[in-house]
Design a protein around this ligand. Structure first.
Ligand code: HEC
Length: 115
């Protein structure tokens, strides 16, 4: 796994197929393969990177965004982080109704994989 090496693609290409609320995550359940990994990364970039940066390191002091690629965050575990993504926290929006449970699980796995 070389998850720090993001293929350089245009944002336009990244956003194709990742329109608000319509992510095609139904085909290909092979979590753990490279395709699943890059799909998680694409979903994270589409939905989360605006605030968190593609690598989770971004800070936005005015919003209370801090790096999420830290042990302090990752050690909360998948269930707790899925709860935060689902229900929101502080200025972070709730993704309930915007992402399916499987998509939330996928971005959480991506967060847990951040270095
Ligand atoms: C509009 C900006 C915004 C977007 C978009 C956003 N977040 Fe956040 N995120 C925040 C803020 C602000 C916090 C800090 C929340 C707090 O302090 O309670 C946060 C915190 C977090 C945390 C840390 C939670 C913890 O318990 O420490 C994780 C993990 C996280 N976000 C993941 C995500 C994921 C995954 C997505 C995409 C599905 C996402 N965020 C999208 C603003 C955002």
């Amino acid at each position: 796994m070389h998850d720090s090496a993001f293929p350089v693609r245009s944002t336009a290409e990244m956003s194709l197929g990742f329109n608000e609320g319509t992510v095609c995550d139904r085909n290909g359940r092979g979590d753990g393969d490279a395709a699943a990994g890059s799909r998680r990364g694409a979903l994270f970039k589409a939905k989360c990177a605006g605030c968190h940066g593609a690598d989770g390191t971004k800070s936005i002091a005015a919003m209370g965004v801090k790096p999420i690629n830290t042990e302090a965050v990752k050690s909360k575990g998948a269930d707790a982080l899925a709860g935060t993504v689902t229900n929101g926290s502080g200025k972070m929006p709730a993704f309930k109704g915007k992402l399916g449970a499987d998509e939330i699980a996928a971005v959480v796995q991506y967060v847990l994989s951040l270095k």
